[in-house]
Write a protein that binds this ligand. Structure first.
Ligand SMILES: [Zn+2]
Length: 407
């Protein structure tokens, strides 16, 4: 027999019973495979302070968002406790309002996809660099372990870089990997993403005709790069998916892709109003209606931000480009490619501009719509690897690191 207790977690949401209050309260419910305590929680709404009761199993273990758990009761009809909190029957929620799967953002992983962006002539630096990274794994993971102490004390370096120096056919190469740390368990080399390579010239490598599927992989790799090393990101994409029958699920997936590959704090997306309308109708077919998602606070961040009024997210033009904005320079992927998948061809090109050139040629012409906020100069931590061994680890402002290793 295993020593661990087996259980299942169900996530649910209920609405506050307070008059005119629209507060959505989320909670988790544990079900153990052995014995379960039936009962419920007494909650105080965060927004209107209304007291309400939710019947459930194992209330002690439950965690709550949107309200404070002030008491728990045993058995489903605890008259004494309801009386104590002045609860009437209508304040007691017998069944969960809505059940949902946790929308956890999975680690993204590197989308090799047989179309590298980091290459030179015939040499694919992506597979090469990931192989070299694997060779340094033992040493790197050891350093990550040492770094835990630092991290737990300071908690200020949430982005880690690995500067990987290696040799390929006699030539020195340098690949840069990055990852964001949200909890201690992530302090290892798993899910590192490649954000730069010293010998790859992206403006040579991404220029020509490609299938939509290939364009999608290029864009994916650039979004991962920009999420980790650009100050801000501007995505001008008039069309996402297709308005055809049977496409709803794919359309929703494309929006989810944008949501998981952007850091909204520093990203702006411009699209057509009709395109967002297509997302709403696709969501109604493929998942749950937009209005219900909104009502129950299920909307992904990006979609929520597009929905907020007063922001110029919508434009009528057919211009399409994707830009990673750095200090003093801008990387742009532009061409005929909208956010679609499929075998048919598109033309795209990757180019570098100075900030002024980019403003003159692109953003000034968008009018007032352009308003991306830049990421602050955050402290980062990096490990320097030379020939499979970590020789140094250092904390540094990101701007310094960028100057030294990312140009
Ligand atoms: Zn309330």
């Amino acid at each position: 027999m295993s020593g661990s207790i087996e259980y299942r977690i169900r996530n649910a949401k209920v609405k506050c019973t307070g008059k005119l209050c629209r507060q959505v309260i989320s909670y988790s419910e544990f079900t153990f495979f052995a014995i379960n305590d039936e009962g419920g929680m007494i909650l105080e709404c965060e927004s209107c302070k209304q007291i309400l009761a939710v019947k459930m199993s194992n209330p002690v273990e439950s965690s709550v968002l949107g309200a404070e758990k002030i008491d728990v009761f045993e058995g489903y009809d605890d008259a004494a406790l309801f009386f104590k909190y002045g609860l009437v029957e209508s304040d007691v929620i017998a069944v969960a309002g809505i059940e949902y799967k946790t929308a956890e953002k999975k680690p993204l992983g590197w989308p090799f996809g047989n179309v590298p962006i980091y290459f030179d002539n015939e040499v694919d630096f992506e597979s090469l660099a990931f192989k070299e990274l694997a060779k340094a794994a033992t040493d790197l993971n050891k350093e990550f372990k040492n770094y835990v102490n630092w991290y737990v004390k300071g908690q200020d370096c949430k982005r880690i870089f690995v500067v990987l120096n290696f040799h390929s056919e006699g030539t020195g190469q340098r690949a840069i990997f990055s990852k964001n740390i949200e909890f201690e368990g992530q302090l290892n080399i798993k899910d590192l993403l490649m954000v730069h390579h010293s010998s790859a010239d992206l403006s040579c490598n991404v220029d020509g005709l490609y299938s939509k599927d290939q364009c999608f992989v290029f864009l994916q790799k650039l979004l991962l790069r920009w999420m980790h090393i650009a100050d801000s990101v501007l995505l001008v994409v008039p069309f996402v998916g297709y308005p055809y029958k049977g496409q709803a699920e794919k359309n929703v997936e494309l929006w989810e892709f944008l949501d998981t590959h952007t850091d909204l704090k520093k990203t702006q997306v411009l699209t057509r109003k009709a395109t967002f309308g297509l997302y709403r109708s696709s969501a109604a077919t493929a998942t749950i209606p937009y209005e219900v998602m909104e009502e129950w606070d299920f909307l992904p961040d990006l979609q929520k931000s597009l929905h907020e009024s007063g922001k110029p997210f919508f434009q009528a033009s057919h211009a399409k480009f994707y830009a990673g904005i750095f200090k003093g320079r801008v990387e742009v992927l532009s061409g005929s490619y909208n956010l679609h998948k499929g075998p048919s061809m598109e033309n795209i090109v990757f180019r570098n501009y100075s900030t002024e050139e980019f403003a003159n040629r692109y953003t000034d012409r968008l009018g007032d719509s352009f308003m991306v906020e830049s990421e602050d100069d955050i402290p980062i931590y990096y490990f320097m690897v030379v020939d499979e061994k970590v020789i140094n680890g250092e904390r540094q402002p990101f701007s310094e690191f960028e100057k030294l290793y990312l140009r």
